[in-house]
Design a protein around this ligand. Structure first.
Ligand code: FSO
Ligand code: SF4
Length: 540
């Protein structure tokens, strides 16, 4: 195996025997094999795509395939073996149907023998691209596509599709099989960022048209005395169905990690058994799932391989996979998923052990933030707000991420933090106060709600009549996995400059590609709070 797609990659260079995330070598190879065949499928589907036909089966297969290879989503060897076999079938059907002449190996290679598949899987990974810069740009693109696939999946589940998005995913996969110049690959990565914004906008529309606009909400972080179910991940449809099915059962529902923003949606807030948030970001789940005492539902990444002590309480659904855990099957014929087993299980469990007390404030997505736009603009004009700092992105387990807590604490009192994603757990329980009633921490929601931050920035640029880089906004982004890569590409596609990125720069960015990013966007790695604070751009 060789995998360097996330920030926690071994030694900052690449995982080779086993992933720091817990992914086994064989699973990593099979993930590479699946994405290889997704390229073959995309090649074979070109004619269908070009004729304007929407092949839902193919689009869905590619979207789910990419999503399942994202960091921390699926660790199950058998899942990938099955998907590879399905991929070969789908590809061959398309090959016949479209009389495909392309002889790329991802189109031509075939076998239904498990050993041969495993052998081949070891040959088609990241390192099969020999030129370091081409490899870097291909991988950057594929990680961006994984981010798109994840967000598109959530929108798709809520009935929203857009052919431009699925066509781009496939065109870009095909592009990674061609000998493209570095310039062309850079261009494709920028286009990936653009499509990323489109995808996040589609998901925002899906979420808000289905569940209402998030409202500023104080969320309890304590516990009650009923047994509970803990739901984690990003899938709001799962959230909806779980809340409906648990209503009146005596079982409470709590969010964990990236599901926290669900507490701000009107459609969910109305449930009195929806209690609040339990715990922190994904990487603390071993300790926190243990103490929760009840069943836990993982709807997307980030799953940490569970301990035996609570393993029997972990349920997976959607693209999540881990050998030996229980799985809630997908919806069939328009019916909801069936969470009966979880509810029955919860009733036999004791209430969650208290971790902490108090409340945190969420729900400042674009609608709520723009609702107080006048106040914000006034505060900027009068100098009460001197600067906004976007601290969106992910949290992670490494100690160096304490930097973000210290950074948030050290920011001057006339600074407002804009956040989205699980990075916020490093500072969302600090008492940062407010500026004339505007909280100094505005939490827009999940990582996909970084879209809200773009909407807010664009609105401010419009009001002040300046370009996006002339706004008093600085960026200090924390990344972990591929959705954050997409968010970064999206910001770059908007022309945002001077982004600080940490805690480490991606291992998959080669020195030459880094030069391109520095020259065009002045991207920089963050270092220490003392060094970084003064370099934040002063107010225009
Ligand atoms: Fe966090 Fe995980 Fe949302 Fe990521 S839970 S790290 S960017 O998957 O998706 O922010
Ligand atoms: Fe390593 Fe990250 Fe890949 Fe897991 S996802 S194998 S931790 S680089």
């Amino acid at each position: 195996m060789f995998c360097y797609q996330c920030e926690e990659t071994a030694k900052g260079t690449g995982c080779t025997n086993v992933g720091v995330c817990g992914k086994k070598g064989e699973v990593a190879d099979l993930q590479d094999m699946l994405r290889y065949l997704l390229k073959g499928i995309s090649i074979c589907n070109t004619k269908t795509r070009e004729s304007g036909v929407y092949n839902e089966k193919v689009d869905k297969f590619i979207m789910e395939g990419l999503f399942s290879t994202i960091t921390n989503a699926n660790f199950d060897k058998q899942h990938f073996m099955k998907k590879i076999q399905q991929a070969l079938e789908i590809r061959d059907e398309l090959k016949d149907e479209n009389s495909v002449q392309n002889t790329h190996d991802s189109v031509a290679w075939s076998s239904n023998n498990e050993e041969e598949i495993i052998k081949k899987a070891g040959e088609v990974g990241v390192l099969s691209t020999k030129n370091e810069d081409v490899r870097s740009l291909r991988e950057l693109l594929i990680y961006g596509l994984k981010g798109i696939a994840a967000y598109y999946h959530h929108a798709y589940i809520l009935g929203k599709t857009d052919k431009e998005i699925s066509n781009f995913i496939q065109d870009a996969l095909v592009a990674t099989t061609k000998e493209l110049s570095v310039d062309d690959l850079v261009g494709l990565n920028m286009k990936c960022g653009e499509i990323g914004i489109k995808t996040m906008a589609l998901l925002d529309d899906a979420n808000t048209s289905t569940y209402g606009n998030p409202e500023p909400t104080n969320v309890s972080i304590g516990v009650r005395s009923n047994p509970g179910i803990l739901i984690s991940g990003h899938d709001l449809k799962d959230m909806e169905e779980l809340l409906k099915q648990t209503e009146g059962t005596g079982v409470d529902v709590y969010t964990h990690g990236e599901m926290l923003p669900a507490n701000a949606y009107p459609a969910f807030k109305k449930y009195s058994h929806f209690v609040g948030n339990y715990g922190n970001a994904w990487w603390k789940q071993k300790e926190e799932f243990e103490k929760f005492n009840g069943p836990i539902l993982l709807t997307t990444n980030c799953l940490v391989p569970p301990k035996d002590s609570y393993k029997d309480r972990v349920y997976m659904t959607g693209v999540v996979g881990f050998e030996g855990l229980k799985y809630i099957p997908d919806r069939k014929n328009g019916n909801a998923k069936d969470f009966t087993e979880l509810i029955t299980h919860a009733k036999k469990c004791s209430a969650p052990e208290k971790l902490e007390d108090g409340e945190i404030t969420v729900g400042f997505a674009h609608n709520a933030a723009l609702g107080v736009a006048d106040k914000i603009v006034e505060a900027v004009k009068t100098g009460k707000i001197k600067r906004f700092v976007v601290m969106a992105g992910c949290d992670g387990r490494h100690k160096e991420r304490e930097y973000y807590t210290e950074f948030a604490k050290a920011l001057p009192r006339d600074t407002v933090i804009l956040t989205a994603g699980c990075a916020k757990y490093r500072y969302n329980k600090l008492d940062l106060g407010d500026i004339d009633g505007i909280p100094r921490l505005l939490d827009a929601g999940q990582c996909n709600d970084s879209y809200s931050l773009v909407v807010i920035a664009k609105k401010l640029a419009e009001v002040f009549g300046v370009g996006i880089n002339e706004l008093p906004i600085s960026y200090n982004i924390a990344w972990y996995e591929q959705k954050a890569v997409l968010v970064l590409l999206s910001l770059l596609s908007l022309g945002v400059k001077n982004i600080m990125l940490g805690p480490k720069l991606p291992a998959f960015v080669s020195p030459n590609v880094l030069n391109v990013l520095v020259e065009n966007f002045n991207i920089q790695a963050n270092s220490t709070v003392e060094e970084d604070l003064p370099t934040l751009k002063a107010v225009a």
